[in-house]
Each structure stands twice: as C-alpha cells, then as structure tokens.
Design a protein around this ligand. Structure first.
Ligand code: CMC
Length: 385
C-alpha cells in the first residue's frame, strides 16, 4: 500500500492470474506456445484447423473416427439462417466487418432451440456450431462487401477451403487453402488474452455462450489486440518503398508512436507464431506479386530496425500480427477482413476457456480505488452556478 493509503493498482491486470487452466501455455521467456501440451511448431507442421479445434475443445488429439465425426458436425453446421444473411446484407457495406460479425454472431442465439440447456455437452455442441458458423459469417461478410451474394457451403471442402470458397465464390488454390489453414491454427488460442478474458467476464455472470463470445469479438476489434494485423499492413503500405522504412520507423519512435505488430504483454522474445509466419512468407517469395515482395521487403527492414532498437533492450519483438498482412495480401484477402478471420479462428479458444471456466465459475468483480470527493451538497438544478 503506497504512503497516501491508496492500494497498489494493477493497471491492465499486469501479473494477475485469473484462472487455473489446462488449455494453453504461453512461455514468454523461451518464446514457446503450447495448445493442450502440444507445441505450436508441431501443430503448425502436422495438423489441420479442424484437428486443432478438436484438441482445444476436448483436450486430446482425435482418433480417425473422432475427427471424421467432428468434421461432419462442422460441415452440417455451415449454412447460415436467412435472417443472419439478411443482417450481413444490410450491414456489410455500412460498417466495419467486425461490427457486422458481432451483430451476426449475436443473432445466432435466436436459432438455438435449447438455450436453457447449460450442460457442458450442450455448450460443447454450441461451440462446434459457433466455430462452423463464424467461418460462414466471416466469408459472407467479405462476399457482400465485394458486392457478391450468399454462396452455399460446399461439403466436399475443408474448413479453410470452404471459408475461401464462400468468400470468393470460386474454389481456392491449394496454396491459399493451406496458408489460411495455417493462419487459423496459429490464431486459434492464446491463453488469457484480452478477448478471451472479456469472454470470461461476460460468461462469469452466467450469461450464455453467445453473449460471452460476442463480448470477445468486441474486445478483439481494437488495434492493441486483433486489429494490430490491419494496422501493421496499413503502416507497410504507408511506408510504400522499402527505402523509406528506416526513416518512417525512426520518426514514429521519436514521436512516441507504437509500431503495430510489435510488443506483447507476455512474450519478451520473438513470438513463435510470428516466426512461423515469417518463414512461410519467405518461402512464398519466388512466385509472389510485386506488391507482396515490396511489403515483405518493408517488413524485413522494419523488423531488423525494431529488434536492433527495442528487441534486446526493451523486450519488444515481432508478434503474430506483424507478418500476417503480407500473407493475407498474397491470398487476395481485403485488409479489413484480417481481424474477422482472426475471430473466426479464435472462437475455439473463447469457447474452450468459457466451458472450462464454468466448471468452477466465480463472477469477476475486481476492485476500483475511489479517489473522488464524498458527501457533496446536493444543489437543486435551478440554483447551480
Ligand atoms: N512500438 C513501440 N513501443 C512499444 C510497442 C510498440 N509496438 N509496444 C510497447 N512499446 C513500449 C511502450 O510505448 C511502453 O514504453 P514506455 O514504458 O516508455 O511508456 C513500453 O513499451 C510498454 O508498453 P505497454 O503498452 O505498456 O505494454 P503492454 O504490455 O501494456 O502492452 C501491447 C502490450 C501488445 C498492447 C503493446 O506492446 C502494443 O501496443 N503493441 C502494438 C499493438 C500490437 O501489435 N498488438 C498485438 C499484440 S499480439 C496479438 C494480439 O494480442 O492480438
């Protein structure tokens, strides 16, 4: 307690543990990430988004039968109700896609005819439905923003392939489908980040899963969290020419501006997800457009400068959002769809954490230190100066 009697305030809840979880380990010192004990490197190399979702939700890697049955559930849940398509059609061109996503996901509760069933198994089924429908919603938002209409899902396609198909109206290339699958795996889960915490806070009141994840979507939108991938790409586009990179970064840092896609509350070293994305981006270069090559050159020069300036001294290293932009550009994805794609992936983490937290639920109710006046005189409105 400081001298003036005020308590120590943990702004941003820095250093505060909020739960005991078996879902995800972020080792910010070693730069390692594990989902249910499996390293992200192993999963990125060997797995698929569907398998990773199963792992995160149910706690173990599926057998063939379990995976087939899980995939079938995801496929069956893909079509969107007409009213949700109407919401998307109405809003898609008028607002940020994250806002449309929030409204469309919120509307899904109208189609849940077992809303009163709060058992774990009902919530797991809801989670599977949400994973599937979020991808369809994100794809449909992207589609309507480009002036297209609703594309019926194709049950022969994987989760990532189908998302791209519903968004673009054409079957994706192997390269694009593989890249999106990788991006979905890397974004699927990340412990008690702001959007997962927001999900838990809403759900800890015993509000339902739709309410909880809608809160997660709202929290993900901001540029300090999920929105950083869009902000990082906008910065690269503003830099424009690789030779401008050092001057731009130098001036931004002198002006005390943050460089989006760098820094992390937990990682004080290279984010392992950023390293995987960077390696993939480098391996793509040969067949890429001039735009992707230029963005990559800018990203590499910015990365070097930031590491030299702030890496070892301040623990500010590239995070997952830094190299994501050029990868999405190489897939022809519009910039404003990056964060919705992030949400369509992170939905599994939100659901898994919520379901785990409900096992031993306690409402979140932290304290605020009141430092304003007390016992002021009430002056009637007409007598106030
Ligand atoms: N560029 C320049 N300086 C930075 C950066 C950055 N990207 N990040 C942190 N700093 C500085 C910051 O200015 C502060 O300096 P000082 O102590 O002199 O005031 C110091 O480092 C500590 O920063 P902080 O914002 O207090 O740290 P935090 O742990 O509260 O925030 C963060 C973590 C991720 C919000 C922050 O690093 C940041 O704003 N980064 C840019 C946004 C970003 O890339 N977000 C994506 C995070 S990873 C994926 C996700 O969560 O969605």
């Amino acid at each position: 307690m400081p001298d003036n009697g005020a308590p120590v305030i943990n702004y941003g809840l820095v250093g505060v543990y909020i739960a005991d979880s078996k879902i995800c380990k972020v080792d910010g010192t070693a730069g390692r990430l594990y989902y249910r004990g499996y390293s992200i490197d192993l999963l990125a190399k060997n797995s698929s988004y569907e398998e990773v979702c199963y792992l995160i939700l149910y706690g173990h890697l599926p057998t063939n039968e379990e995976l087939d049955s899980f995939k079938k559930k995801l496929i069956d849940a893909r079509p969107l109700p007409d009213m949700v398509i109407d919401v998307i059609e109405e809003f898609a061109k008028k607002q940020d896609p994250m806002d449309t996503l929030r409204s469309a996901v919120s509307a899904l509760s109208a189609y849940d005819n077992k809303m009163d069933d709060r058992t774990e198994s009902a919530n797991l089924d809801r989670g599977v439905n949400l994973i599937s429908k979020m991808a369809s919603i994100v794809a449909t938002i992207g589609r309507y923003r480009r002036g297209g209409g609703y594309v019926q899902p194709d049950s022969s396609l994987s989760h990532a392939e189908n998302l791209l198909y519903m968004m673009n109206g054409t079957k994706p290339s192997q390269k694009d489908a593989k890249l999106l699958d990788l991006m979905l795996i890397l974004h699927a889960e990340h412990s008690s980040n702001a959007s997962t915490f927001s999900t838990l806070v809403a759900g800890s009141t015993l509000a339902d899963l739709y309410s909880a994840v809608t809160s997660g979507i709202a929290a993900l939108k901001g540029p300090l969290h999920g929105g950083a991938d869009e902000a990082a790409l906008k910065m690269m586009k503003t830099i424009g020419d690789p030779d401008n990179t050092e001057t731009y970064i130098d001036e931004a840092l002198k002006g005390k501006n943050k460089i989006m896609g760098f820094g992390h509350r937990v990682y004080k070293t290279y984010d392992p997800r950023a390293m995987i994305i960077k390696n993939d981006l480098m391996s793509l270069q040969e067949n890429e457009s001039q735009e992707v090559k230029t963005l990559t050159a800018i990203a590499l020069r910015a990365e070097k400068m930031m590491i030299d300036r702030l890496g070892k001294t301040h623990g500010i290293w590239p995070n997952i959002d830094f190299f994501a932009g050029p990868i999405y550009v190489s897939m022809g994805m519009s910039i404003e769809m990056f964060t919705p794609i992030f949400a369509a992936s992170r939905i599994v983490g939100w659901c898994a954490h919520m379901i785990e937290y409900w096992k031993d639920n306690r409402i979140f109710r932290p304290l605020e230190y009141y430092s304003g006046p007390l016992d002021l005189q009430y002056v009637p409105v007409g007598e106030r100066k």
